[in-house]
Design a protein around this ligand. Structure first.
Ligand code: AQP
Length: 330
């Protein structure tokens, strides 16, 4: 069975973008692949974060993984920081990626352009190195991601080429990024030219938000000139974003969503229908989350997940250590 690996970093409250671009698909992969899903808590430290907030975000993500349908029998759910092999492999693979290529990563350029140049942490610069270690440590065949993370998986693929060529054998498995058919980049509701992002929550819908507030946000979402409902990101970024959200949650194509709304010429009616679909989906998730968040399930799942993940990670790390010539790694 092929293996799939993905994760989310606990930098904030999970958004509808995280759900549509990542979480919703994680569940779909668990029948098709041997599924490894983690919380990228070490990655969350790459930008300043309050320790209590990080702790709560981490717990919430695990509860949301379960609430969104990840089955711990089928999916290994774990914390990145519980498997020390991530950091150990990171120390090796960092020598096979170059500063030039890391500085060209879009995410790094976006984040660093908003920061004081003299206080950009090494962690944010080296983010794709740790992400490559995360992926390679599990011999992942596929890596489900939203559009913004695809570039990092491509860089990981470059690393695999370079590393395997250097040692003249297939030490690392070549991972493939996979994206949902619809909704790889959900935009902010207040500014549909910007990505919905948990660390920049303007115009976000949160998975744990009050349902009335979600409805209000959708009804007030920035829309475009005219009154027709069709998909065109340049002419109608707001409407296109809402159509994408609708199509993804209804599991239909954008064309099917356009067809559904072809006789609707009032944005208010359109938004009402989108809001009802979003609220219905999120209310189901919240119901399950509330059952899970104060139970022992989270700790049990993480304990078992760490054991299962470590078993795979240890084998791969040993293989790599031997390849590069670290003494005594038999
Ligand atoms: N708006 C989005 N639309 C579709 N997919 C999205 N993802 C994030 N935002 C959207 C996908 O969710 C997963 C979470 O990845 P991450 O937590 O490692 O970080 P990210 O990609 O940087 O997500 P955020 O929410 O924007 O986090 P911050 O604000 O901390 O940087 C990924 O698969 C991502 O593509």
């Amino acid at each position: 069975m092929k293996r799939s690996l993905s994760g989310i970093k606990p930098t904030g409250k999970l958004t509808l973008g995280n759900y549509i671009g990542a979480l919703k698909n994680f569940k779909n992969y668990q029948d098709e692949y041997e599924n490894f899903i983690f919380v990228a808590d070490l990655h969350a430290l790459t930008l300043p974060i309050d320790s209590k907030e990080l702790y709560q975000n981490t717990k919430d993500i695990v509860a949301l993984y379960l609430a969104c349908g990840l089955d711990p029998k089928k999916t290994t759910i774990f914390l990145q920081s519980d498997v020390s092999e991530h950091s150990e492999l990171n120390a090796i693979v960092q020598n096979y990626l170059y500063m030039g290529e890391l500085s060209r990563m879009t995410q790094f350029k976006d984040i660093s352009s908003k920061m004081n140049q003299s206080s950009i942490g090494l962690g944010i610069f080296a983010y794709p190195v740790l992400m490559a270690a995360d992926i390679l440590l599990y011999d992942a065949d596929v890596v489900p991601v939203g559009e913004d993370q695809k570039q990092h998986v491509e860089l990981c693929r470059d690393l695999v080429h370079r590393f395997n060529a250097r040692y003249n054998e297939e030490v690392f498995k070549m991972p493939q990024p996979v994206m949902a058919k619809v909704g790889t980049r959900i935009m902010s509701l207040s500014d549909p030219t910007k990505k919905m992002s948990k660390s920049d929550p303007k115009g976000d819908i949160f998975l744990l938000e009050d349902l009335k507030s979600i409805e209000k946000k959708i009804m007030r979402a920035t829309t475009d000139l005219g009154s027709d409902i069709y998909y065109n990101k340049e002419e109608k970024p707001g409407i296109s974003n809402l159509l994408t959200i609708y199509a993804s949650l209804k599991n239909i194509s954008i064309e099917e969503a356009e067809e559904h709304f072809k006789d609707c010429h009032r944005y208010g009616d359109f938004k009402k229908e989108v809001a009802s679909v979003v609220v219905e989906e999120i209310s189901k998730i919240q119901e399950k989350y509330n059952e899970i968040i104060n139970s022992n399930l989270i700790d049990e799942v993480l304990k078992d997940g760490a054991i299962r993940a470590k078993k795979v990670a240890k084998n791969v790390l040993t293989r790599v250590q031997k390849t590069v010539g670290l003494y005594g790694k038999e």
